[in-house]
Design a protein around this ligand. Sequence first.
Ligand SMILES: [Zn+2]
Length: 395
Amino acid sequence: MILANANVVDVVGGEVRWDSAIKIDGAGSITQIGNSTSVRSDAHEEVIDLAGRFLFPGLISCHTHLSVVFPFSQTDPLENPAVTAFRAAQRAREALLCGITTLRSVHEQNQVDFALRDAARGGWFEGPRIFGAGRALSRPEGHGQGSACSYAEEYEGFYQAALNELSDGADHLKIFITGGLARAGEKPESPEMSDDEIRGVVQAATEHDTYVVAHAGGSEAIQQALRLGVRSFEHGYVMDQETVDAMAAKDVFYSPTLCVTRSESWMRARGFEEASIQNCLAASERHLESAKLAIRTGLKMTNGTDYPPGDLVDGVPAALHELFLMHEAGLSTILSLQSITSTAAALLNQTNQLGQIREGFMGDFVAMEGNPLEDPQHLRDIDFVMQGGKTIVNI
Ligand SMILES: [Zn+2]
C-alpha cells in the first residue's frame, strides 16, 4: 500500500514533510517515507493519492467507557454480556470512523473491552485498537457503585481483584480514589480508598509490568495516590498548585476530561438526570482552573472524554471537542496535537509503535485538507482514516 501526494505532519518536531509518499507493508507497518521517486510501488500495489492532504497520526483517545449506559441509573449489573458487547461495539465503530484508531478504556461492564480487542485481532470486528482495563476496581459504596465494577475492600481484596482483571486480560488497572459528579450528593474531592487498598492494586500492576490509572477528583487523594505509585490521573476537578507540582515531579500523565463539565447539550440529548447535569455544570469553572494550572505547570496532558469519543458534542466528535477545550484553556497547538497522538502513545507504553508517522510505526492515519499545525480546528475536516494499512474511510 502506498499513500502518495501527502504532506506528512510530524507531531513531535512540529514540522511538515511536504510532498511525501509512504509505503505500508502487509502487516500494516510503515516501511518507507520518501518522495514520489524514492518510494516505488510494486506491481499491483494499491496507491491512494491524497491530493496534497495533511497526513496526521491516527487519533488516540485515553479515557473511554464504550459500554456505559446513559443515564447511569439505568445500568443493569446483570446484563447479558452479548448485549453489552453490541452497545460497546457500535460506539467503538463510530470512534474509528472519526479517526480514533486506538483507544484506552478505563472500565467496561462485563469486560467487553477484552472481547472487542480480541474480536478485532481475530478479524471479526473492525474497531479501534483497544487497550483495556476490564472492570474498574471500586469499594462497594464508592464511585463505581451501580456501574458493574469489581468491588473489593482492604489490601488483600483489592490485590486479588486486580490480579483477576489482569489474568482476564487487562492492559492496565483502573481505580476510583475519590467520588465523582455522576450522582447528586457525591463529592469529587472526598478520598475513597485507604493507602493499603491503593497499595494492593499498585502491587498487582507492578508484578505484571503495567500501571494504575485513577479516577481522581481532588488534591488530597491525588497526593496520596502519587505517594503510592499511581501513574495516570483522570479528571482532577479540584486541584491546587501544590498537587499539580507534585504530579509534575513524578512525571505522571493527566487527562482533564474537560468534556465532562462542558457538554450540556449532549447530556440533555442523552437523557442525563437533572441532578447529574447540575453537578457537572456547577463544577465546570473550578475544573477549568485546575486544568489551566496543570497546563501552566507543564504536566503531560492526554486526551480523554469519559463519554464515547466518537459521539458528536456540538457537532464535533467528543475527542475533538476535548482537544479544542484543552487548546482554548491554554495548551499550545503542538501539545494539544500531541495529547491525542504521541503523548497518548507514551501513556500506553507504545512510544515505538503508535502516535507518530515514522518508519517502523503502525500505519494508522487520518488526513484533512488544512494544516493542523497552523490550526487544530482543521481536524474537523478529517476525510480519510487508515488503521494498520487498512482503509477505513476513503477520500
Ligand atoms: Zn470515566
